[in-house]
Structures are given as structure tokens and as C-alpha cells.
Design a protein around this ligand. Structure first.
Ligand code: PLP
Length: 383
């Protein structure tokens, strides 16, 4: 990130590259080699790839042979869903606040999927889930839930959901993209059948991710090719990106690193919210009633459209986001907040500030000052 803004508070969209990840990528780029080649450079690339696999497995308390590298979480989630379908799991139950990477493809693969309702804080209704799973006794339901929500930071009780699913002989796909390096994965990593993670949310490069699943659970989708990743995901692996991913995981996922990240980002997030709530009567923190990721603040400011807030802060040199950003750069209304029962005008005014490893002490207060100044300017212009 070269044109780095004065204040970057959009870590849930993508997190600046960690120096350790950059160094690992440069080493792998210099090294070159195709990990499928049997000559020296190929073997060197293979060693880098397998070291990365071991690093990821160690961080998630998994076996190295359960790690399949992908181009990111979207592909990983699709591979998991395709595998579940190929194995005959169903009916399919999907959390109402899942990311589009799940939501859109679930509609393609499982047109009859059912929605697991969420409460106003985006917490899935586990009572509903238990009851529905009970009705599906004798079948092999597939449940898809995220470990933490990208918009509000709501932490989902995935461990409890996994126990319910297991009792009924079902399977669980967990989108752990926003949870990796942010909450202790012990509560859910081993309990899910397919765990999906992404590199660029923890300070690794974009374009790398992984599915962690027992080898028999990756059946593969419609793609066929050179047999890489033990046939699960054909195509030459992006070794430099994977090496950067592994370096970021090693740095970000150590228990003491997670605690330090939580302390740093939590202090700044809380300072930001306190100043905003004080200075903007009527503002509301979305997800405030639930356990949240320490770094995330989703703030609805009724009457001030989210896209305008983002643009106003961009002019000040601060980067935040409006609900869920989409790839076209356009801003759309948050489906997750709407599913949580919030009125469209409230959902349309929700912005997200998300702090991370580059956050400095004082950033929360600085961001709030810029945001409040932008609000005063907007009011003057409207008057
Ligand atoms: N799931 C969640 C919760 C996310 O926040 C994202 C990225 O925004 C994705 C999935 C998709 O990840 P990737 O960009 O690696 O495809």
C-alpha cells in the first residue's frame, strides 16, 4: 500500500502487508522454481511450499495434509461447498449474515438453501438451528457459518453450532476469514469440517488462502488439471504469495500476538466509538449487544448516507468503508444489516472502521475528530 492515507482504518477489507510477509515473498520470488518440478529449483520451491503448509497447520492446530492452498477465501469457500455437495450433504442451512463469497455461490449450488436467522446484533439463532436440525434427523445437513462478521465484527458461537451439527450427523463449513489472528481459534478450528481462511486480512498478500479439512473431505469441484494440492485444486501454486501468507500467519496467530492485537485495536476502537457517540447524538453502534472483534466498529449515523461519509473521510486522508464494499467500488446497502431487521435508512447509513496491526496509539481519537469535523461540514453544506 504505497499511497497510504493518513489514517488507514479498513483492515477488515484488506490489511497492509507485514514486513515479514514481504521478506518471505521476495525470498520466494528470487528462488523461483515450480514446486511440481523435480530438479533443484523445483525442489526448493516445493520445500518453501511445504514449510508454509506446516506453518499454517501449526497455527490452526491441524495436520499439514489437511491444508489445501487456494487463491483466497472465495475460492476456498467454493471448494468446500462443492466438496460438500459432491459428498451428498444436504439440506443446506446458511447464516443470514454470511459474506457474498458464500451467499452468492450457495444460491448457485444449493438453490433451495434455508437461511439461519440472525438477531439484531447479527448473532445466528442457535435455538432455531437446533430445532431445524432436529427436524432433519436421519439426513446429512450442511451448515455454513462465519466465525466473525466482516461488517460488525460480531463473533459467532461456531463451537456451539458445530456441536449441534455433529450431534445430527451433519457437516459445517466455517468462514474464518475475519477471525484468523483476531480471536483464539481453539474454540472452533478443530470443530469444523471445512475451515476457510484468507491471507490478505492478516497482513499477508492478496491472492492466497486455504481450506483446512480432513483429506477425504476435499472432493474438488468441476476443475481438473495438473493434480496440484493432491488433486484438490489444480494449477501451479502461487508460492511467493503462499510464503507471504505463512509468514503473516506465523506472526499474527501466536496467542501473545492475538492478545496484543486485541489490546491495541480494542483501545483505539473504543476511543473512536466513545467520541463518536458523544459527538453525534442518534449514532448507534451496530452489533454492540454481542461479543465483537476488538478492532471493528460499525456505526450507523441516521440521515448521513454511508457512501458520503466514506468520501468525506477520504478527502481528509482517512480510509474507512461503507458496510460491505463490493468489487466494483460501488457501495450497496448492507444485506447483513437488513437481514438483522434494521430499517433500510439505518442500514444505508452504516460505516465500518476497522483497526489493525498498523494502527497507532491515538488513531481512534484522530479518526473520530476527522469524522466529527466532516459531519460539521456536511451539516453546514446542507444548511
Ligand atoms: N469471507 C469474509 C468474511 C470476508 O470478509 C471476505 C473478504 O472480504 C471473504 C470471505 C473473501 O475473501 P477473499 O478476498 O480472500 O476471497
Amino acid at each position: 500500500m504505497t499511497a497510504r492515507p493518513l489514517l488507514y482504518a479498513d483492515h477488515n477489507a484488506t490489511t497492509p502487508l507485514r514486513p515479514a510477509a514481504r521478506a518471505a515473498m521476495l525470498r520466494a520470488l528470487e528462488e523461483g522454481g515450480n514446486p511440481s518440478s523435480v530438479h533443484g529449483p523445483g525442489r526448493a520451491a516445493r520445500a518453501t511450499l511445504e514449510a508454509a503448509r506446516e506453518a499454517l497447520a501449526a497455527a490452526l492446530d491441524a495436520r499439514p495434509d489437511s491444508v489445501v492452498f487456494t487463491s483466497g477465501a472465495t475460492e476456498g469457500l467454493h471448494l468446500a461447498m462443492e466438496s460438500a455437495r459432491a459428498m451428498g450433504f444436504g439440506p443446506v442451512l446458511v447464516g443470514a449474515a454470511e459474506h457474498d463469497a458464500v451467499w452468492a455461490y450457495a444460491g448457485v449450488l444449493f438453490p433451495d438453501f434455508e437461511t439461519i436467522p440472525v438477531d439484531g446484533d447479527l448473532v445466528p439463532d442457535l435455538g432455531w438451528l437446533a430445532e431445524r436440525l432436529g427436524q432433519l434427523a436421519g439426513q446429512r445437513p450442511l451448515v455454513i457459518l462465519q466465525a466473525a462478521n466482516n461488517e460488525t465484527g460480531t463473533v459467532v458461537p461456531v463451537g456451539r453450532a458445530a456441536a449441534l451439527v455433529r450431534q445430527q450427523g451433519g457437516a459445517l463449513i466455517c468462514d474464518a476469514v475475519q477471525a484468523l489472528g483476531r480471536i483464539d481459534p481453539i474454540g472452533f478450528a478443530g470443530a469444523t469440517d471445512w475451515l476457510v481462511v484468507s491471507s490478505h486480512k492478516i497482513g499477508g498478500p492478496p491472492g492466497a488462502g486455504a481450506v483446512i479439512a480432513a483429506p477425504g473431505l476435499i472432493v474438488g469441484g468441476p476443475r481438473a488439471g495438473g493434480g496440484q494440492e493432491r488433486g484438490a485444486r489444480p494449477g501451479t501454486q502461487n508460492v511467493p504469495a503462499i510464503a507471504g501468507f505463512a509468514a503473516a500467519v506465523t506472526e499474527a496467530c501466536a496467542p501473545e500476538a492475538i492478545r496484543a492485537w486485541q489490546a491495541l485495536t480494542g483501545a483505539e476502537r473504543d476511543a473512536y466509538e466513545a467520541m463518536m457517540l458523544d459527538g453525534m447524538p442518534g449514532a448507534r453502534v451496530m452489533g454492540a449487544g454481542a461479543l465483537r472483534l476488538a478492532n471493528t466498529s460499525c456505526l450507523a449515523i441516521p440521515g448521513w448516507e454511508a457512501a458520503r461519509q466514506v468520501m468525506a473521510l477520504d478527502l481528509e486522508g482517512a480510509a474507512i468503508s461503507a458496510g460491505a464494499a463490493c468489487s466494483s467500488g460501488k457501495v450497496k446497502m448492507s444485506r447483513a444489516l437488513a437481514a438483522a431487521g434494521h430499517p433500510p435508512d439505518l442500514a444505508a447509513s452504516a460505516i465500518r472502521a476497522s483497526f489493525g496491526w498498523t494502527t497507532q496509539a491515538g488513531d481512534g481519537a484522530r479518526l473520530a475528530s476527522l469524522h466529527l469535523a466532516a459531519a460539521r461540514r456536511a451539516r453546514r453544506l446542507a444548511a
